[in-house]
Design a protein around this ligand. Structure first.
Ligand SMILES: *[C@@H]1O[C@H](CO)[C@@H](O)[C@H](O)[C@H]1NC(C)=O
Ligand SMILES: *[C@@H]1O[C@H](CO)[C@@H](O)[C@H](O)[C@H]1NC(C)=O
Ligand SMILES: *[C@@H]1O[C@H](CO)[C@@H](O)[C@H](O)[C@H]1NC(C)=O
Ligand SMILES: *[C@@H]1O[C@H](CO)[C@@H](O)[C@H](O)[C@H]1NC(C)=O
Length: 155
């Protein structure tokens, strides 16, 4: 169990979650608009492309080091939000999430298997402390997605 990787995932998910709540709050004010999924699908790859270009400037041995790419990642997140908003879609939404997950796989899939600098043996309590927020965050994302789906139906 790689604590470093869990920590990374947790922070990425948390960032998604906070942004999601903010966007849902904002989106509530502009209900009645219809999400143009094809427009969003068409524009999301632009975000992926610029993120890829920026990540390639970072040494790939540092791809698991959040401090090295948090700025780029934040930029990428803002970009996906922007594309969703342009298409009048809620963010996060299943399509954007699928896209972001794909990007994660591309860059962070090796973070669990790579030898991460971690000297102390994993501590049970530490793992628990990290896991609880991760599970909570996943649950909250599920809730947010569910709510936004409901909103889509209701609109
Ligand atoms: C959705 O976006 C596509 C691609 O830009 C566009 O061709 C289409 O007219 C849009 N649909 C609506 C309902 O706005
Ligand atoms: C991650 O990158 C930062 C900034 O370059 C560096 O200070 C830190 O030691 C790195 N951490 C690890 C675990 O490599
Ligand atoms: C964020 O992305 C935009 C366009 O993709 C780019 O112009 C800008 O320099 C980026 N900012 C950072 C901090 O990488
Ligand atoms: C992950 O590791 C495999 C095998 O070492 C390598 O081919 C692949 O390019 C790596 N992917 C990333 C994102 O570092």
């Amino acid at each position: 169990m790689e604590i470093h990787a869990l920590w990374l995932v947790q922070h990425l998910l948390f960032a998604l979650w906070v942004n999601g709540l903010l966007t849902i709050g904002l989106a509530g004010a502009q209900q009645g608009v219809i999400c143009n999924e094809s427009l969003m699908l068409q524009n999301l790859p632009l975000c992926g492309k610029s993120f890829q270009e920026m990540m390639h400037k970072v040494d790939s041995s540092k791809w698991c080091n959040l401090t090295e790419f948090i700025l780029y990642y934040n930029n990428f997140t803002l970009c996906t939000e922007d594309k969703a908003a342009t298409a009048k879609c809620f963010w996060p939404n299943p399509i954007a999430e699928g896209f972001i997950t794909g990007i994660h796989k591309q860059f962070f899939s090796n973070c669990t298997s790579k030898k991460v600098h971690w000297e102390d043996p994993p501590d049970k309590i530490l793992i628990t402390l990290i896991f609880i927020p991760v599970l909570l965050t996943i649950a909250m994302i599920g809730l947010v997605v569910w709510c936004s789906k409901r909103n889509d139906i209701l609109v």
